[in-house]
Write a protein that binds this ligand. Structure first.
Ligand code: SF4
Length: 367
């Protein structure tokens, strides 16, 4: 298994067979970014025309690479051995393979650098099995040539977020993780049916073939849009099944939103993984004082045109009657009808009605 497939396989064993090694191919823009980043660190010139020609980059993509690598600086100590030759490495008895972005070996310490070209946050190196995997491959590779490795620095560089994450393992600590990684690989290779859905499904590019994820969506879609649209019975069946659902799904959705708001108020932004965060955003809201607005606008516009935009609704009239405690709601409403200030039209609304046929007055109550 490739190191880049490990994070997804760690969360969902079933993803590996389904995606057949998802992560083995980086995107065109990602490969170009990695090449430019390595040249920047090695203080080599970057041949942008060649990059553009080989990866078919647009001006905007080239600018985004420039912007991304601008923040990358890595100090290479005097006399250090640099491992940056795009070498495909293999470890754990050929079970794990991958091409680490960049490595520096110096004084029995290996620094493994993984740079990310995207905007999304990634898991810390302490638990990120992709970089831990690169660390294992580097250690095995160096030891094959008789080098002694005592410490491993795992560094994830996220230039677009202007952020670097790092963690230091001793050799023994890192190799202890190798057992867990071997287990994940073994289970993933066997566990074709073990699908675990979660936020990581967004990164699973074969998700529409996944029985756990896409299966639910497809079943729902078959109800929403019955195969045979000419068949009224199919549509009726879909509606019978889905309409009771629609209300409950909304209720559950509202509850989740409310709980999330309370949580965020108390604890701050909530990281959802996959680069998503649920957060409280403070915005300026504007309220208009109708009376003062009317007086101010008279300085600029005719009264007629102003009246057209000053809204009056029966809800506001009833609220006024309640606020004055004069019980005038019905009286004012009837008088407004007499004067033509209020006309009634037939409105149509869609809502759940309790009981067979709804209540006698025809006004449904939401259930
Ligand atoms: S869509 Fe989700 S559940 Fe399905 S294979 Fe991918 S990660 Fe696993």
């Amino acid at each position: 298994m490739r190191c880049s497939a490990l994070p997804l396989a760690t969360k969902c064993r079933g993803s590996y067979k389904l995606t057949q090694g998802y992560g083995s191919e980086q995107s065109r823009l990602g490969i170009a970014f990695h090449e430019a980043a390595r040249a920047k660190v090695l203080k080599q010139s970057i041949d942008k025309d060649s990059l553009r020609a080989r990866y078919g980059l647009t001006d905007e993509e080239l600018r985004s690479i420039d912007y991304g690598i601008y923040n990358i600086t890595i100090q290479i100590p005097e006399g250090a051995m640099v491992l940056a030759d795009d070498k495909k490495m293999s470890g754990l008895g050929e079970k794990l393979n991958g091409t680490p972005d960049f490595g520096i070996y110096h004084k029995e310490t290996v620094t493994v650098v993984d740079w990310k070209s995207g905007w999304g946050d990634v898991e810390d190196p302490e638990t990120n099995n992709q970089v831990i995997g690169y660390g294992i491959l580097m250690v095995e590779e160096l030891e094959k040539t008789g080098k002694i490795v005592k410490k491993i620095h795992l560094v994830i560089v996220m230039p677009r977020l202007n952020q670097v994450k790092a963690f230091v393992f001793t050799r023994d600590q890192l190799m202890a993780r190798a057992k867990d990684i071997e287990r994940i690989i073994d289970e993933a290779e066997k566990g074709a049916e073990e699908f675990t859905t979660g936020p990581w499904c967004q990164q699973c590019f074969k998700s529409m073939n996944c029985p756990a994820f896409a299966g639910q969506v497809k079943t729902l879609a078959a109800f929403i849009e019955p195969q045979d649209l000419a068949d009224p019975q199919a549509i009726e069946k879909a509606l019978r099944t889905l309409l009771p659902f629609a209300k409950s799904v909304k209720t559950v959705s509202d509850k989740i939103q409310n709980l999330a708001k309370v949580w965020v108020d108390k604890n701050g932004p909530l990281e959802l993984g996959g680069g998503q965060t649920f957060a409280k955003v403070i915005e300026n809201k504007q309220e208009v004082n109708a009376k003062k607005a009317f007086e101010t606008m008279k300085e600029y516009f005719s009264e007629d045109s102003i009246w057209e935009i000053m809204g009056v609704s029966m809800t506001k009239v009833s609220a006024l009657a309640v606020a004055t405690k004069r019980g005038l709601s019905t009286v004012v409403k009837n008088r407004m009808k007499e004067t033509g200030a209020l006309t009634e039209t037939v409105g149509v609304s869609y809502r759940m009605i309790k009981g067979k046929g709804g209540s006698e007055n025809g006004e449904g109550s939401e259930g």
